[in-house]
Design a protein around this ligand. Structure first.
Ligand SMILES: NC(=O)c1ccc[n+]([C@@H]2O[C@H](COP(=O)([O-])OP(=O)(O)OC[C@H]3O[C@@H](n4cnc5c(N)ncnc54)[C@H](OP(=O)(O)O)[C@@H]3O)[C@@H](O)[C@H]2O)c1
Length: 295
């Protein structure tokens, strides 16, 4: 399959903007569209071309990448009346990098195929820093020859690219990954509040944990955010709640009971009810602080 020349990028949020920027740095011509146009300006200043909507963007591109909030957004942008599939562009390749469920991803890929285009799923592990450093882990599901043809693009945004099988398998892997993350940070948060209420200094608690076998890159990064009380969003709490919901839904479809995920989902729901939806996901510690009467 022919190597892509022009890349269209849709969804310039916390993750999409630095990812698109890395494609420019790697020398790809990049066309961009974002629902809120102002977020595209820094990329246009770096050399990207603005398109007046998903259809126009697709007409100018060899490959289209979407990095959007959820499946609803992906459906609107790809399948809507002025969406990507409305472009006259047979065999256009679409890489959806948003975190959505395997079921939604396969359904959207089928509708894309019915319109003569090809979609693969390619969600990522790693947050804004990894997106900026081009060190994301990229989790791919799709036909081997399509995946092969877009590898240079994926490698411009990520350090490790795993092709995990046919359509939907990247999405499955992403949900597996995020359940582990949510369980880890909730466990840390509960224990952290126990120590805090007893009077242990927060920074020292983190220092001790990071010297022992509970050490992890997650705690280096999010543990520090908790100690510093820095809840400016790099991964919004509402997005982690979305992913836990997707894991539960997928578990239900595949008859996998997920009692821990159900509990985590409720904790994140409590955080959202308490006004933390748009704070960073590490603000989950505030739910435990509330339960323990710790400010
Ligand atoms: N942040 C992380 O650490 C992280 C890590 C790995 C994966 N993810 C996943 O990556 C995806 C993007 O995350 P993010 O943190 O970049 O989120 P974000 O900053 O909230 O950006 C979301 C993007 O989706 C767009 N969008 C939402 N609804 C839309 C709609 N109906 N039509 C068109 N565009 C729409 C937003 O447009 P506007 O700018 O107009 O709002 C924005 O460009 C999510 O699926 C998330 O779960 C995030």
């Amino acid at each position: 399959m022919e190597r892509p020349k022009v890349i269209g990028f849709i969804g310039l949020g916390n993750m999409g903007a630095p990812m698109a920027s890395n494609l420019l740095k790697a020398g790809f011509p990049v066309v961009v569209w974002n629902r809120t146009e102002s977020k595209a300006r820094p990329l246009v200043e770096k050399g990207a071309t603005w398109a007046d909507g998903p259809r126009h963007l697709a007409e100018k591109s060899d490959v289209v990448i979407t990095m959007l909030e959820d499946a609803r957004a992906v459906r609107e942008v790809l399948l809507g009346a002025e969406g990507v599939v409305a472009a006259k562009h047979p065999n256009l390749r679409i890489i959806d990098m948003s975190t959505i469920s395997p079921k939604d991803s396969r359904d959207i890929a089928q509708q894309v195929a019915d319109r003569g285009m090809i979609m693969i799923d390619s969600p990522v592990s790693g947050s804004v820093k990894a997106a900026a450093d081009a060190s994301l882990t990229v989790l791919v599901g799709g036909e081997p020859e399509v995946v092969e043809s877009v590898l240079p693009i994926l490698r411009a945004m990520g350090k490790n690219v795993f092709h995990l099988g046919p359509n939907g398998m990247g999405c499955y892997m992403k949900l597996v990954n995020n359940v582990v993350l949510a369980a880890s940070l909730a466990g840390f948060s509960e224990a952290f509040v126990l120590g805090k209420k007893a009077g242990l200094p927060p920074q020292q608690m983190l220092d001790v944990i990071l010297q022992g076998s509970a050490r992890s890159p997650l705690l280096e990064f999010k543990g520090k955010a908790i100690v510093d009380r820095n809840f400016a969003p790099t991964f919004a709490l509402r997005l982690m709640r979305k992913d836990l919901g997707l894991a539960l839904e997928t578990g239900s479809q595949t008859q996998v009971p997920m009692p821990i995920t159900a509990f985590l989902n409720e904790l994140h729901q409590a955080a959202i009810a308490g006004g933390l939806a748009d704070r960073d996901w590490s603000a989950i510690v505030q739910v435990f602080e509330g339960l323990a009467g710790v400010s």
